[in-house]
Design a protein around this ligand. Structure first.
Ligand code: FAD
Length: 320
């Protein structure tokens, strides 16, 4: 059995949880899949409606605000009752925080940041980037116990989830100790403002082709017209033209929006690994040989300062 651990915040399911379900379905073959949602609630019904597998919840007030101790206790407790072969979750900030702890607690192998899978059942292996994406390792977890796998955001397509008849929701009785080592405080002000680009449906990303900080408004106007988040390549954030949390790439965020518009971005590998999972990529670059065009679904060769204002005006016209 494969156990997918889904994630929610404030009752809203993390979109990346569907990507973890898609990964589990690729791995499953004939194996059953169950989806664990710590905290339960309405999001469990949404998962069950998709019919991708039985939905399991652990309901406890201690799960209302995430802490790694309680999360590990909930997932480990659910694992003890369901004996999965694999535990699959999205490589979210939360998973990065608690998955190593869970693996250490259970002495289970952890394969993190998986971008692809090969085979099904006991034969399955996992692909994960190493050395800033310079090479991809094929990893086979060792041992008999369950292995824990986290999927890179955008590596598996949420819309590839094969849906079925609505599934049941079952609440597990897992005793959770009150967390003794962590107390939850309100989020930092920065955290509240920080953007999780991994959740964005549309992104306009700007690169060094924008030339100057005061030109970024050209991209911001397009983003506003499209209802998109603004993002950037590393030099833009290194220059302080946009905050670091807007950086996409191997040392920034990994994103998988429905639409990614790259303006004046050359397409260096460190940038591509962060956005190549986008559903549709539009690139605007004046260099026809720029590597970004190799991953783009639509390419416009030209000066962004001519194209972007015209595009913005056209979108604004359409939406009025
Ligand atoms: C360890 C490491 C980690 C890194 N991590 C990241 C990361 O997380 N994210 C990241 O993005 N980079 C990262 N980098 C940097 C990466 O290697 C590239 O240097 C960077 O992505 C280049 O950014 P860019 O495409 O904006 O700039 P450039 O490569 O300079 O490209 C600018 C592009 O704009 C085009 N252009 C110029 N003027 C116009 C115009 N008027 N209209 C249209 N097009 C125009 C040019 O043709 C060019 O293709 C990392 C590098 C290292 C070594």
């Amino acid at each position: 059995m494969i156990l997918v651990v889904a994630e929610q915040r404030g009752g809203a399911l993390n979109r990346a949880s569907w990507e973890a379900v898609a990964c589990a379905q690729q791995l499953a073959g004939d194996e059953p899949i169950a989806i664990l949602l710590p905290g339960g609630g309405d999001a469990a019904q949404a998962l069950a409606a998709a019919g991708a597998g039985e939905v399991l919840t652990v309901d406890d007030p201690a799960l209302a605000s995430y802490t790694p101790d309680v999360q590990v206790a909930a997932v480990a407790g659910a694992m003890a009752q369901t004996s999965p072969r694999l535990v699959v979750m999205a490589h979210t900030y939360q998973a990065r925080d608690y998955a190593p702890r869970l693996a250490a607690r259970l002495r289970a192998p952890l394969v993190a940041d998986v971008v692809g899978v090969k085979g099904t059942g006991a034969e399955s292996t996992f692909l994960r980037p190493m050395f800033q994406g310079k090479l991809v390792a094929e990893v086979a977890p060792q041992g008999d116990g369950p292995a824990i796998v986290t999927c890179q955001i955008g590596a598996f397509r949420a819309d590839a989830v094969v849906k079925g008849a609505p599934a049941a929701v079952r609440t597990l009785s897992v005793p959770l100790e009150t967390p003794s080592r962590q107390t939850v405080e309100p989020p930092f002000q920065e955290a509240r403002q920080a953007v999780d680009l991994g959740q964005a449906e549309r992104i306009v990303a700007v690169g060094r082709g924008i030339k100057a900080q005061d030109q970024i408004q050209v991209a911001e106007k397009l983003a506003a017209a499209m209802g998109a988040e603004i993002a950037a390549s590393r030099p833009i954030c290194d220059n302080g033209w946009l905050p670091m949390d807007r950086q996409v790439g191997s040392s920034g965020q990994t994103v998988a929006p429905k639409l990614y518009v790259a303006l004046g971005i050359s397409g260096a590998i460190q940038h591509l690994v962060g956005m190549k999972g986008s559903r549709t990529i539009v690139a605007i670059n004046k260099d026809a040989d720029a590597p970004i065009f190799e991953v783009a679904d639509y390419g416009i060769v030209g000066d962004l300062f001519d194209i972007v204002p015209a595009l913005t005006a056209e979108i604004e016209k359409q939406s009025h």
